[in-house]
Design a protein around this ligand. Structure first.
Ligand SMILES: C[S@@+](CC[C@H](N)C(=O)[O-])C[C@H]1O[C@@H](n2cnc3c(N)ncnc32)[C@H](O)[C@@H]1O
Length: 576
């Protein structure tokens, strides 16, 4: 394996498993490359990944070069433009050529990216990039230059199972200046020690990404959890209260939302009347994957959630029987299933965030046949909102992790992948609706695609699972304060597309549904990743809905074949 394949593998593992680059390079045996060179290339490419991802996306190279993965493109582009020695492969080598033949276009995009960051020279850009800490190395404050564009901050959730915001402000963040706006944290040459208390999510703060908290005591003890703001929306929107009943987290690993649920449940118990506080509720965290189940258990232990959270390890949520006695008191479910991950910018992994270019992003495509076709087709997520949504009757062919788009993703492959994912997501949502005592559900994805978001919500609302049991969208006016205040809502056109394609079953107000849905956009001034969440509520339990469903049967609301088949579905196979 070449240096570039090995560096790409290091970066992919760092993103997936959230481990440090140093430990990946130095603890694993069998690398063919010189370890120092491999570590240097991986860390430099990680540092430059935000800039280079933008450059690669805008140049459209990945849509043309089918042999290049986003990570390979990143490391090769790094060496072509930013390393003194250039690409350490002969010019005739296929990998070298796949990037070098687009040198002019990539170079032009690199210049534009530099200018967008207010850097007059490449050296100034290098100095700005070098302010990022890698593997715990402190940022060099002397080199800080003002960054005129808005960058995402590092979001830190104060884990109230273990500590309080007040305690943390007095200890870990005692030397920090509190600032009123997010841009005061992410931009400017203030030396880093600033924090912003979020106005939507309680107990969430933003700090500069130049600060590494992972070596500190509070982080190591589970008092601080690094969690994107958007990822805090589902548990907050669900807002479990002890008086309601138990909670199921259907797809729980690695457990950020599970421990957030536990913290909110505990906070709500403390706020409730003393009699309610005595009614101990539990959170049932279900995870299908064996390795991720172990991570989930570790995370829950570290966060101090063991008393209230019980883990169903290696458990397929679809194989749970909602009518079993152990779920009789389940009043709320959080469903955050596997998705395309198209909203993810990068992941915290102990001080370094690796950004990867989205192979499907369309900016100004290069003048190739493929590029022109994309432009005419308008393949960005928003334009897909107007497209006919995929039917739910697609064959199941299994994505279940969070595959990031790859260069091999042709338009057709992406479409098939989205259809498979949305079918899987819809089935899990319909299963969530079958818990007899449930009255609240949140459904979320870190995807920007309407197929996985508004389309799933609309299809679920129109399904007999929802209609018979009285499920409806949680209206904006019914949402917890911070979510009511959040301005970025669902796409009306995407909801309408489902009605246009499938007709109207039941009474669904498209505008009300879109307004009830919540979206986050990566690259926006709000500092979040791309994300989607919707809440579902009903006014009575199954027992109270019996008469309603009988009446609806008379009105002619029909159960579709795919819903009846639910019981038979056994999850995806290994085949992608
Ligand atoms: C998007 S991740 C969940 C992230 C998690 N909610 C958090 O915030 O930390 C989706 C998880 O669902 C799991 N999963 C996928 N299909 C499942 C199923 N049928 N039953 C249970 N878990 C499943 C995956 O293994 C993966 O760990």
């Amino acid at each position: 394996m070449s240096l570039y394949h090995e560096a790409a593998s290091v970066l992919n593992t760092a993103r997936k498993d959230q481990v440090s680059l140093k430990s990946l390079v130095y603890s694993k045996k069998g690398w063919k490359s010189d370890l120092k060179t491999l570590f240097a290339l991986s860390t430099e490419a990680a540092k430059w990944s935000e800039v280079l991802s933008e450059v690669l996306e805008r140049s459209g190279v990945l849509r043309v070069e089918k042999t290049l993965t986003p990570t390979l493109a990143l490391v090769l582009t790094h060496d072509l433009f930013l390393s003194k020695r250039g690409i350490a492969l002969p010019a005739t080598h296929g990998l070298h050529a796949s990037v070098a033949r687009h040198k002019a276009r990539i170079s032009a995009e690199l210049t534009k990216a530099r200018l967008r960051r207010g850097c007059a020279t490449l050296e100034a850009l290098r100095a700005s990039v070098n302010q990022q800490p890698i593997d715990g190395a402190p940022a060099d404050d002397q080199n800080l230059t003002a960054a005129p564009i808005s960058k995402p901050p590092r979001w830190v959730r104060i884990n109230t199972l273990q500590t309080t915001l007040k305690e943390q402000l007095k200890s870990t963040f005692a030397e920090y200046e509190q600032v009123a706006s997010l841009s005061d944290v992410t931009n400017g040459s203030h030396g880093g020690k600033r924090l912003h208390i979020d106005e939507h999510i309680p107990n969430l703060i933003a700090i500069s990404t130049t600060i590494d908290l992972t070596t500190g005591k509070a982080y190591k003890q589970g008092q601080l959890i690094l969690q994107d703001k958007a990822s805090c929306f589902p548990a907050y929107l669900l807002n479990p209260k002890p008086a309601d009943g138990d909670v199921v987290d259907a797809c729980a690993a690695p457990g950020n939302k599970t421990t957030h649920l536990a913290a909110i449940l505990q906070d709500n118990s403390t706020a409730a009347a003393p009699s309610n506080a005595k009614r101990e509720r539990k959170i049932i965290a279900c995870e299908k994957d064996a390795t991720r189940s172990l991570t989930l258990q570790k995370m829950i232990k570290l966060a101090g959630g063991e008393r209230v959270i019980s883990v169903k390890a290696k458990q397929d949520f679809m194989k749970l029987d909602p009518t079993a006695k152990e779920f009789a008191n389940v009043a709320a479910l959080l469903l955050d299933p596997s998705c395309s991950g198209s909203g993810i910018v990068g992941r915290d992994e102990g001080g370094v965030t690796v950004h990867l270019p989205d192979a499907t992003a369309v900016h100004d495509p290069p003048s190739t046949k493929a590029g022109r076709k994309r432009k005419r087709g308008g393949n960005d997520a928003k334009s897909q909102a107007f497209a006919k949504p995929p039917s739910v009757e697609v064959p199941l062919a299994g994505e279940e992790e969070e595959p990031l788009p790859t260069a091999e993703d042709t338009e057709a492959k992406l479409h098939t992948r989205l259809m498979n994912l949305s079918t899987f997501q819809l089935r899990l949502l319909q299963r969530s609706m079958a818990f007899p005592a449930a009255k609240k559900i949140t459904y979320s994805t870190c995807s920007i695609h309407p197929e996985e978001n508004e389309h799933v919500v609309m299809k679920a609302l129109q399904s007999s699972s929802a209609v018979e049991r009285g499920w409806r969208i949680m209206k904006r006016s019914e949402q917890v304060e911070g979510m009511r205040k959040w301005e970025r809502r669902g796409w009306v056109e995407a909801c309408q597309a489902v009605v246009d394609a499938e007709g109207v079953k039941g009474r669904v107000d498209v505008r009300e549904v879109a307004e009830g849905c919540i979206r986050c956009e990566k690259g926006s001034g709000e500092g979040t990743m791309g994300f989607f969440v919707a809440g579902f509520v009903r006014d009575g339990t199954d027992a109270q809905q019996v008469n309603v469903s009988g009446k609806q049967a008379k009105e002619g609301i029909v159960t579709t074949a795919d819903e009846e088949e639910d019981e038979e579905w056994g999850g995806f196979g290994d085949e992608a």
